[in-house]
Design a binder for this molecule. Structure first.
Ligand SMILES: [Zn+2]
Length: 411
């Protein structure tokens, strides 16, 4: 637990020394770039592409036109905590300690991290950090800024913290907001919002009430997304930071059980799958509006990264026959799942990557799987001129910059 010691040192520095706050003034460095990461769980290009062609994702299209996009290679058997912890640390799930939703019988949490995450490295290097609704960041940790946890936060009716939606005031079992007074401020100004997306209904809840349950669930998702949009807008307006990371997770959750599959697909049930064929694509149309709201806070000197931990695809019979049926039950509980992402070969469900910024290429595409979830942290550290720690396996995505040689020389 080397990292825990580091974490305590960061906490001590933040709490005890006012000079930490004045470090920037005394050293008088050149202005730091602004970096904004927006993560979307399970963003699937197969579903995004037709929507882009139809003109239904104008904000994402504007990022594509002004930047670089492509697939993002993920880890094997990808799921949310497993991949996000790799994005945080640029180390493998086995090395960073967060190998899945449940690790040694305990829900994935930040106390398990054995490698230093990016928010800690940035804070130590005097880059101010703001993180909200990012999965697998509970309990929150001290940073030079703020941290508000997202998916996998424990709370009322969400005792295990897995895929459920406690309200901010109902979280327990660890801190959901750093610094603590920000929690009261958020409840006052944003409202007592739902920290994560809604848990998927079980088979028993659905039986005989399919349409009603599906529509009610989707309405709750709309409510949660509108609350989270308000949260992001409030934080970006009132607590601007050098580095900000905002997360969305309802899209993946919807895809698992409402992916628009055909009758020949595994698990097709017309009582469920013919009710709202628009449900999953509509999540990305709704996300695009969230993105539009976030982009209002972005100026020409801000780097924007939109990243996904993995994609999501309909079930395939041949793969499932070789897989224990309970392999992803801790994720999906008893919901009749028709799409998933924890395929043994992660290359079948790559994530996605979009970037734009001051010296990032325009209207350019990354081919194949040349960019990986391991590369996100090194690339962000590079933008701040921070040396990549030796344990990180990824590399700086020099190919996305107009003048990669110049950028590397600044390092
Ligand atoms: Zn999922």
């Amino acid at each position: 637990m080397v990292f825990n010691k580091v974490s305590k040192l960061v906490a001590a520095a933040l709490l005890s020394t006012p000079c930490f706050l004045f470090a920037q003034e005394s050293i008088a460095p050149k202005p730091k770039p602004h970096v904004l990461v927006i993560s979307v769980n399970g963003m699937e290009m197969d579903v995004l592409r037709p929507l882009l062609l139809e003109g239904k994702l104008p904000n994402l299209m504007s990022v594509i036109k002004r930047g670089v996009y492509g697939k993002l290679r993920t880890v094997s058997a990808p799921n949310c905590p497993r991949v996000f912890s790799t994005i945080f640390t640029s180390t493998s799930p086995e090395e960073d300690g967060v190998t899945g939703f449940i690790v040694g019988g305990v829900t994935a949490n930040t106390n398990m991290l054995k490698e230093e995450p990016i928010w800690s490295i940035l804070s130590k290097n005097h880059v101010t950090v703001g993180m909200a609704n990012v999965p697998a960041t509970f309990p929150v940790m001290p940073v030079d800024g703020y941290m508000v946890s997202g998916m996998l936060t424990r709370g009322k009716n969400c005792e295990d913290g897995v895929l459920c939606a406690p309200k901010l005031s109902e979280t327990f079992g660890g801190d959901s907001v750093y610094p603590a007074p920000l929690k009261t401020e958020l409840i006052k100004n944003v409202g007592d919002y739902y920290v994560d997306c809604e848990r998927m209904p079980g088979a028993q809840d659905l039986a005989g009430h399919e349409s009603e349950v599906i529509n009610a669930w989707l309405q709750k998702v709309d409510l949660i997304r509108s609350q989270q949009t308000k949260l992001f807008d409030y934080l970006l307006s009132n607590h601007p930071k050098d580095f900000t990371w905002l997360g969305q997770s309802c899209e993946d959750r919807t895809g698992h059980w409402l992916y628009p599959i055909a009758p020949y697909n595994a698990g097709y049930n017309p009582k469920i799958n013919a009710v709202r064929e628009d449900a999953f694509p509509s999540q990305y149309i709704a996300f695009d509006k969230v993105l539009g709201s976030i982009l209002k806070h972005v100026d020409d000197n801000t780097y924007v990264f939109i990243v996904s931990d993995h994609g999501i695809k309909p079930l395939r019979e041949f793969e499932d026959m070789n897989m224990p049926m309970n392999m992803h039950m801790d994720h999906e509980k008893t919901t009749p799942v028709i799409a998933k992402h924890d395929f043994a070969d992660g290359d079948e469900v790559p994530g996605s990557f979009f970037a734009m910024g001051p010296d990032i290429k325009h209207d350019d595409r990354l081919m194949g799987l040349e960019a990986s979830v391991y590369d996100i942290a090194p690339t962000i550290l590079h933008l701040y001129g921070i040396q990549q720690p030796s344990q990180m396996h990824g590399h700086v995505l020099t190919q996305i910059f107009e003048t990669s040689e110049k950028n590397l020389a600044q390092k």
